[in-house]
Design a protein around this ligand. Structure first.
Ligand SMILES: [Zn+2]
Length: 343
């Protein structure tokens, strides 16, 4: 998912109006300089403990506002505007599934363990795409709606969606949420997926085809640099039903409606949700496998100008027979210098 925040638009306009006045925003191209910011998670559990001692709901909302949201990082402020919406909405989510939230605590406090793997996936991304930019990554606790998104300030990860363990209570959860929950060690895949979105320069997709390629190509990038996608279930199902899915997809791909293929947690029925990601992944992968120059291929995939033309050049035809399950492993780019300690 891509969203540009108001500050980005303002920056673009002001840069055009008086380039001399406003300096170019700092763009980080060095994987070693990425900060993985987890301070919001610590603040969340502080607010959670204080609120659990407060019998009045209005005062609990005020505690989350004061102790968590008002003390938030730049990333949490963006995530609040884009996904959490309000302290009231956050408290409603926590109190709708209290045992689930309580169960997420140990996993959300393990994000640091994944730092090495996440930074390594950035090094591998840089090796494949030297123009890549690497914003800071913010790990927050959200209102159980989104695993990840991006703003102009960085990658925003809802860690409560990456806290599933075999002991996780799921009976409180809505149907759409159960199949999308992931364990904490799936963090490198979502961070790689979102870093792909941050680097995409695509026209705004107006059709199912465009949306599927926008998302599916980030599944490909996460597979290339983090060795897995955020949708393993969709890929397993897709591989078993590929030809059928491609026939159905072709019939709808030029339409604006995506509901049969994406964000369809409540309507997918027997099928996994979000199979549009899989179709887009297959098209991007067909293009990548046909390309002798893998760097040029990734450049093309992240800078598509016309989705229909890209499909034609991928020569994707609905089958992935006789192809290895995973593309060749991408070695990391040589390290430049030691990482700055995260704040
Ligand atoms: Zn995405």
């Amino acid at each position: 998912m891509i969203r540009f925040t108001a500050p980005a638009l303002f920056l673009l306009l002001s840069a055009a109006a008086g380039a001399a006045q406003t300096p170019e925003p700092h763009v980080n191209r060095d994987p070693e300089r990425v900060r993985f910011i987890t301070s919001d998670i610590v603040n969340f559990w502080g607010a959670y403990d204080a609120a659990s001692r407060e019998p009045e709901r209005e005062k609990r909302i005020a505690i989350y506002q004061r102790e968590y949201l008002d003390r938030g990082s730049t990333g949490l402020r963006d995530f609040l505007r884009m996904r959490i919406k309000s302290a009231e909405n956050l408290v409603a989510a926590i109190e709708r599934q209290p045992r689930y939230y309580a169960s997420t605590r140990p996993s959300t406090l393990r994000v640091r363990e994944m730092e090495g793997a996440m930074r390594d996936s950035f090094r591998r991304f840089k090796a494949l795409y030297p123009d890549a930019v690497f914003p800071d990554v913010y790990f927050v606790v959200g209102a159980a709606s989104t695993g990840g998104t991006v703003s102009a300030n960085g990658l925003l990860i809802g860690t409560e969606m990456y806290a599933a363990t075999p002991a996780t209570p799921r009976d409180e959860l809505p149907a759409w949420m159960k199949p999308v929950l992931k364990p904490i060690n799936a963090l490198p895949a979502i961070v790689a997926h979102e870093s792909c979105h941050f680097n995409q320069k695509l026209p705004e997709p107006t059709t199912l085809l465009g949306k599927a390629i926008q998302e599916g190509s980030c599944d490909l990038v996460s597979e290339l640099v983090a060795d897995e996608t955020i949708n393993p279930g969709q890929h397993a199902y897709g591989d078993r039903h590929e030809a059928q899915l491609w026939r159905e997809f072709q019939a709808e791909m030029d339409s604006a409606g995506v509901r049969n293929w994406m964000y369809n947690g409540t309507t997918a029925g027997e099928r996994p949700t979000d199979l549009g990601y899989y179709m887009g992944y297959r098209i991007a992968r067909a293009y990548h496998e046909r390309s002798a120059d893998k760097r040029q291929s990734l450049h093309d995939i992240l800078n598509i100008r016309d989705f229909r033309d890209f499909l034609a050049r991928s020569q994707y035809g609905g089958s992935s027979a006789a192809r290895p399950r995973r593309p060749a492993r991408v070695p990391a780019a040589p390290q430049t210098r030691r990482a700055r300690s995260p704040r």
